[in-house]
Design a protein around this ligand. Structure first.
Ligand code: NAD
Length: 367
């Protein structure tokens, strides 16, 4: 059987710096766990524009469609700000998401004990937190028609339309149930069925899909109540599935429960391919951080955790993902901090590559 394939698109700014550390981890898995990946690399964003005049070359798009998973660093930078909208670095990322039809966006909110003081919430509320928000990404109010600003009588009216088909709800619900099966078999669906017809349909379809997953405990919550509960006692949740708009808000709020931007991974999943694996793009939530690029200051953990998500969700290597997350927990517990993780009391930060080396050393100890 051939090795699983991975396309690395490091991108711009700190993207290549944090990706170097992921490559160390990939090498370690190949050498020490006999997990070999067929890794290829290509350009996306500003660096692709510099070389090809487009932020995503057609050949790169084709490769992305063929591999088992894409791992992306970050795109963008001030030198590209004046480019035409159609060739801006971010367009490369948007094209990947659109053409791969990545309809399920996974945003974990995971709080490492050593960083619990970073949260704006009390330590006991967030310590050990590990939840996953699944946001529908390709439909809903950001795409529905009619939309626009229209004249009506003697004033203007702004219109956006929340629109969901049964099949759109069905596929994101299935993605969420599949995740729940790989985690703690607990799923909460959030909508506003009390005031929105799209919410009533959402609840009906999710309930119907749930019949195919009898092992998963399904609950429903109005999204506003869900927002409150996320701040009050987030550990009551495991997987949450919600629409594009509510997911946008809830996933940002949940992510910040855990502290630094340099710690947040994400995944976007599409339909299963012939081999049964979902189309998938893994990337840190942060951008290219031009203010610290090239200085060895970037925290590589968000990108490394994105690779851990790939291990779990594309390659069915949940135990190895846990090994990697535990190695990160150990390194943080030992006090290793990149500059973004230093609290008000300060301390001496370690560099991007020192953080990567420390995580590899902790992996080594896990054997
Ligand atoms: P950003 O996420 O790049 O940076 C925001 C702040 O967080 C900066 O102070 C930065 O130094 C810090 N930061 C981010 N990641 C960090 C890390 N791993 N370690 C330590 N500190 C980190 O957001 P921005 O400054 O608004 O945008 C910069 C560029 O990135 C822009 O061109 C923007 O369009 C692009 N961007 C790209 C993506 C993406 O590729 N998915 C996402 C957001 C922004």
């Amino acid at each position: 059987m051939s090795n699983p394939s991975l396309l690395i698109l490091a991108g711009d700014g700190i993207g290549p710096e944090v990706m170097e550390e992921v490559k160390k981890i990939i090498t370690w898995y190949g050498d020490k766990r006999d997990l070999k990946f067929d890794v290829s690399e290509d350009l996306v964003g500003g660096c692709a524009y510099d070389k090809h005049g487009t932020p995503l070359h057609d050949d790169t798009m084709t490769k992305a469609q063929e591999v088992d998973a894409v791992l992306l660093g970050a795109v963008g930078g001030p030198q590209y700000d004046s480019l035409d909208f159609s060739v801006k670095p971010e367009r490369g990322l948007l094209r990947l998401r659109k053409e791969m039809d990545l309809f399920a966006n996974l945003r974990p909110a995971q709080c490492f004990d050593a960083l619990a003081d970073f949260s704006s919430l009390k330590k006991d509320v967030v310590a050990g937190l590990d939840i996953m928000i699944v946001r529908e990404l390709t439909s809903g109010i950001y795409f529905g028609e009619p939309r626009g600003i229209f004249e009506e009588g003697n004033e203007r009216v702004g219109i956006n339309t929340q629109r969901y088909t049964e099949s759109e709800i069905d596929r994101v619900a299935r993605a969420a149930f599949e995740l729940a099966m790989k985690r703690n078999k607990k799923l909460c669906s959030m909508e506003k069925a009390n005031v929105m017809e799209s919410g009533i349909l959402w609840r009906e379809v999710v309930t119907e899909v749930g019949k195919d997953y009898p092992e998963v405990a399904l609950s429903h919550m109005y999204a506003d109540a869900g927002a409150m509960q996320l701040c009050r006692w987030p550990k009551q949740f495991d997987v949450i599935v919600t629409d594009n708009l509510f997911g946008d808000l809830l996933s940002d709020a949940a992510a910040m429960l855990t502290g630094s931007l340099g710690m947040l991974p994400s995944a976007s999943l599409g339909a299963p391919m012939e081999n049964g694996r979902p189309k998938a793009l893994y990337e840190p939530v942060h951008g290219s951080a031009p203010d610290i690029a090239g200085q060895g200051k970037a925290n590589p953990i968000a990108c490394i955790l994105s690779f851990a998500m790939a291990l779990r969700y594309s390659f069915d290597l949940g135990a190895e993902a846990e090994r990697l997350e535990a190695a990160i927990e150990t390194v943080l517990a030992d006090g290793a901090r990149t500059a973004d993780l230093l609290g008000p009391e300060g301390g001496t930060p370690i560099s991007t590559s020192e953080m990567g080396d420390a995580i590899v050393a902790a992996l080594e100890k896990s054997l």
